[in-house]
Every structure is written in structure tokens, then in C-alpha cells.
Design a binder for this molecule. Structure first.
Ligand code: NAD
Ligand code: UFG
Length: 341
């Protein structure tokens, strides 16, 4: 059993990962400033696992807050760093917010890790670092393309900061996890994605449309060079994604032979188009999604899906959920939000 600091732990991926860490017997301390999440997420976590994680309401960009956390919660073995701002469009309008929040928080953690004897950090990166791939599926050796948004740039810079720090001999390990498109919710419907305002991402927009909160979903373009003309993504179930973090942490803390720095793609290896995803939702839930075809969205990648072989072979991790089950869970969560389950 280890003691793990989960930054951004009341957020979407952080809450699911907290549950999986607890299931594996670890003790979790969360720090979150609740800028994009709700304190009641802790209740959902507790209802699933039976254990309420330690919670510090605070900002990771504030070094004094973080230092106090390490003083009052001694013996933290590892960190999973989810805390970040993540809205691509907003990052174009407010780049400094993104550079400050996403980079200063990481710098603070890396600064304090040696002082408090923290042995490893898992970092939430993104397939956005690959830009538009030359080939699919894409593996970890593919070139990093110039970022198309300040948000994407923070992921690239963060990867470089960690890499340089490890190369300089830092006394800890790191695993960079490049997520593809996380979707779905915990099957209990106790936790899920809680977007603020009008969702930008496909699944929350789709489930809100199916629930009648939005009039119709717009499919951004059907004239791409793909079989049905809509964009292709690798949609990965959030619980599968969460489990990979537990394995990555265990590898850093318990395997003296593991490299000081590793990077893994976390995806299913299966590309699904936007239209195929809508069809899967309708098939698995029996609920129709009103949609129209609209203009392409600026900056969208045409098609990207993962080659997850490295994570499969080295971590012994594999995405297992079927897309239909994932869609059913996303819908149950939407219904729960509306008080219907
Ligand atoms: P989220 O917004 O649901 O969770 C992030 C959490 O961090 C929120 O609870 C927010 O309140 C908190 N937070 C933000 N800045 C903070 C700060 N300075 N101090 C303390 N707490 C802070 O996002 P998510 O979807 O769970 O994403 C988690 C991580 O994964 C992020 O780093 C994100 O960039 C990355 N990621 C997400 C996706 C995706 O599609 N969801 C894809 C690739 C990578
Ligand atoms: N889409 C629509 N209609 C919508 C919303 C999305 O057709 O209302 C389409 C998009 O055009 C895209 C696909 O659905 O083709 C997926 O879009 P999302 O916004 O859900 O996800 P992205 O692939 O654009 O980006 C996500 C995260 C980023 C992250 C990236 C890679 O939002 O933060 O995955 O990890 F960087």
C-alpha cells in the first residue's frame, strides 16, 4: 500500500482514478481548487469505495499551500498530476491562464518532490502532442508536431520539463501518459464528467442532447478523408484509463528495474468516427440523438487512434470496455445528473 497525492482528484479522470487507487489498497490525498469540479464528487467516491479520501482544497500553483500539504500529510510516495486547465478554445483566448496554471503547478510539484522524498510522478499528457498523425495507429516513437493551441503546448512543454528534470538526475521517476479521448462514467453512476456550461466535447454534448437539454448535436464536418466523412478518434473508457494509472504508479514505486522516465499511449487501438459513436450510443441506449451536419471545427484533427502495444506489453494493461457499455454508462450518468436514476 502506498500513499498517493492526486492533484485534480475531484475532476473527471482524477475521481475515477482515486476509486481505482483505493480499490488497489492505496491511501489517497486529493488536492483540488474546485475550479472545474464539485466538492460533492467526494461523496460519490465514498459511496463507491467506502472510503472518503483526504481532501485539501487548494491551488497547486501556490507553493506555500503545497508545502503545507506535504508537512501535514507526511509520507506521500507518489503523485498523479491531473490538475490543469483543459479547454482548448479557452486556451487560445487566455494563453497566460493556461501557461501559468498548467506549468507553475508542475514546477511546484517537481520542486518539492525531492525534499519530501516522493518517488514518482504520473503526468496526464495527451495525444494532442502528435498533432495530425502521418500514420495511424500512432505509437510513442511518432514525432511530436507543433502544438495547435496553448493548451496543447502546455502538454508538450510539461513533457519536456519532466524529461529535462529526470535527465538532470532528479531522485524520482516519472511516467508520461498520453490519453486519447476519455469518455464514459463509472458504472455505478456515482461519478462521471461534470462539464461547466455548454460542453465543448462530443460525449457530454451528445448525452445532454439525448436528455433534451440541448436541441441538437452538430457533427463538425462530414467531408473529411475518412470512410463516412466524419473525424475519427480513439474513445477510451474512463475506468480503463483510471486503471492504467494504478499500474503505472505501482511500476514506479515497486519495480527497481523500471526506467526513470517512460511514456505510454493510453487508447484502445480502435478508431471510431463521430457518426459511428452516435450510432453506438443510439444502439446501446435505445435513445435517439437529434443531430445535424455542420461546418468543420477549426483546429480539429482528421483522424487519430492509438497503437497501445507498449502499454499492453510493458504495463500489462489493456482497454477492456466495449464502446456500447461505455455509452450506456455515459447515459446512466447523464440520467443520474437529471435525477432520473
Ligand atoms: P477536469 O477539469 O475534470 O479535472 C481537472 C481538475 O483539476 C479539476 O477538478 C480542477 O478543479 C482541478 N484544478 C485545475 N487547476 C488546478 C490547480 N491549479 N490547483 C488545484 N486543482 C486544480 O479534467 P480531466 O478531464 O479530468 O483531465 C485531467 C487531466 O488530464 C488534465 O491534465 C487534462 O489536461 C488531461 N487530459 C484530459 C483529456 C480529456 O479529454 N478529458 C485528454 C487528455 C489529457
Ligand atoms: N465533435 C462534434 N460535435 C461536437 C463536439 C465534438 O462533431 O459538438 C467532434 C469533433 O469535431 C471531433 C470529435 O467530435 O472530431 C471529438 O471532439 P472532442 O472535442 O470531444 O475531443 P477532441 O478530440 O477535439 O479533443 C480531446 C480533448 C483535448 C485533448 C484531445 C486529445 O478535448 O483536451 O482530446 O487528447 F487534447
Amino acid at each position: 500500500m502506498a500513499k498517493i497525492l492526486v492533484t485534480g482528484g475531484t475532476g473527471y479522470i482524477g475521481s475515477h482514478t482515486t476509486v481505482e487507487l483505493q480499490k488497489a489498497g492505496h491511501e489517497v490525498v486529493i488536492i483540488d481548487n474546485l475550479s472545474n469540479s464539485n466538492i460533492h464528487v467526494l461523496d460519490g467516491i465514498e459511496r463507491i469505495s467506502g472510503v472518503r479520501p483526504e481532501f485539501v482544497e487548494g491551488d497547486v500553483t501556490d507553493l506555500a499551500t503545497l508545502r503545507k500539504l506535504f508537512e501535514t500529510h507526511p509520507g506521500i510516495d507518489g503523485i498523479i498530476n491531473f490538475a490543469a486547465s483543459k479547454a482548448v478554445g479557452e486556451s487560445v483566448e487566455q494563453p497566460l491562464k493556461y501557461y501559468r496554471n498548467n506549468l507553475v503547478s508542475l514546477l511546484n510539484l517537481l520542486d518539492l518532490m525531492p525534499e519530501y522524498g516522493v518517488k514518482g510522478i504520473v503526468f496526464s499528457s495527451s495525444c494532442t502532442v502528435y498533432g495530425e498523425p502521418d500514420v495511424n495507429p500512432i505509437d510513442e516513437t511518432a514525432p511530436i508536431k507543433p502544438a495547435t493551441s496553448p493548451y496543447g503546448n502546455t502538454k508538450q512543454i510539461s513533457e519536456e520539463i519532466i524529461t529535462d528534470t529526470i535527465h538532470a538526475g532528479a531522485p524520482f521517476k516519472s511516467i508520461l501518459l498520453r490519453y486519447f479521448n476519455p469518455v464514459g462514467a463509472h458504472p455505478s453512476a456515482e461519478i462521471g464528467e461534470l462539464p461547466n456550461g455548454v460542453p465543448n466535447n462530443l460525449i457530454p454534448y451528445l448525452t445532454q442532447t439525448a436528455a433534451g437539454i440541448r436541441k441538437q448535436l452538430t457533427v463538425f464536418g462530414d467531408d473529411y478523408n475518412t470512410p463516412d466523412g466524419s473525424c475519427i478518434r480513439d474513445f477510451i473508457d474512463v475506468v480503463d484509463l483510471a486503471k492504467a494509472h494504478v499500474i503505472a504508479m505501482g511500476r514506479m514505486l515497486d519495480n527497481p528495474e523500471s526506467p526513470k522516465l517512460e511514456v505510454f499511449n493510453l487508447g484502445t487501438g480502435r478508431g471510431l468516427s463521430v457518426l459511428e459513436l452516435i450510432a453506438s450510443f443510439e444502439r446501446s441506449t435505445g435513445v435517439k440523438v437529434p443531430y445535424v451536419i455542420g461546418q468543420r471545427r477549426e483546429g480539429d484533427i482528421e483522424k487519430i487512434w492509438a497503437d497501445p502495444a507498449k502499454a499492453n506489453n510493458v504495463l500489462g494493461w489493456k482497454a477492456e470496455a466495449s464502446i456500447d457499455d461505455t455509452m450506456r454508462n455515459a447515459w446512466r450518468w447523464q440520467q443520474k445528473l437529471a435525477g432520473k436514476v
